[in-house]
Design a protein around this ligand. Structure first.
Ligand SMILES: [Zn+2]
Length: 266
């Protein structure tokens, strides 16, 4: 065998291993047989004293509203897991994750997502990748009037979320909505809002059985907002007013919950 062929064989082997690991990881995280394993790593997004104070006051319990939400919603789809997820709060990280390309070019996006996965692997400080673990990096910023945060994101490949959040105790419930949204992206959920940020009917509505024109008070988590009176898009105050809709449930493999329920005769 020539060296060139040998090298191609090695590269193909690495590719197969990467694909296999991605598949294995998705199977583990989306099986709904054990609680989701979630690592939350805080990062000071703007170097502010407020973000610093917020990070130092953080506790794993601050994210318990997300567990309550996932537990409550997955129960509706036949999954019986309590807790539904286990959060480990990791020490603050000084490095920032690579930023996504601004122009949205496909090639740049692919390259960036590989770079992000490599960055996450390097940060873990472990030789083997943390298979099946959802890794969420939460960057905190001091709120500034009129300045919106960058878009948060969640990647299914690699189970990685990068969340931009406000360093403000009054915002922690809404931060949890954003974190839950990105967490569900890592499990395969897609966005259910349109270009204007309004929920798409019916899949982006908490109560999709009622006509679209009826004002709502709850949001579908992947839409993130509901349309209130006068068609105003409103972000709910907390996850208590969010649901996982039927399409999102299907996307994150909650159908498995039904199968398990029948298989075990519960
Ligand atoms: Zn999204």
């Amino acid at each position: 065998m020539t060296f060139r062929r040998f090298r191609i064989l090695i590269l193909l082997g690495l590719l197969a291993a990467a694909l296999g690991l991605t598949w294995l990881e998705q199977t583990m995280a989306r099986g709904w047989r054990a609680p989701l394993v979630v690592y939350v790593t805080p990062i000071n997004g703007d170097g502010s004293a407020l973000a610093n104070a917020t990070i130092h006051a953080l506790q794993a319990e601050d994210f318990s509203g997300i567990n309550a939400f996932i537990e409550r919603e997955t129960t509706r789809y036949g999954v019986k897991l309590s807790p539904a997820m286990r959060v480990t709060l990791k020490p603050e990280l000084k490095a920032h994750p690579p930023a996504p390309p601004r122009d949205g070019s496909v090639l740049k996006t692919i390259f960036w997502s590989l770079k992000l996965r490599w960055w996450v692997y390097q940060q873990s400080g472990q030789l083997l990748p943390q298979l099946g673990t959802i890794k969420l990096y939460v960057l905190y910023y001091a709120p500034q009037d009129g300045i919106a945060l960058q878009h948060s994101l969640g990647l299914q490949k690699g189970l990685i979320g990068v969340v931009h959040a406000y360093a403000d105790p009054g915002q922690s419930e809404q931060n949890n909505i954003v974190i839950a949204h990105e967490l569900l992206h890592t499990l395969g959920a897609t966005d259910k809002y349109d270009a204007e940020g309004k929920p798409v009917y019916p899949q982006g509505y908490a109560d999709s059985a009622s006509p679209q024109s009826v004002p709502r008070t709850e949001a579908e988590i992947m839409a993130g907002r509901y349309l209130a009176v006068n068609g105003r898009a409103v972000m709910p105050p907390s996850l208590e007013r969010c649901v996982i809709g039927a399409q999102t449930a299907h996307e994150i493999n909650l159908d498995e919950g039904f199968r398990q329920q029948f298989a075990s005769g519960r």
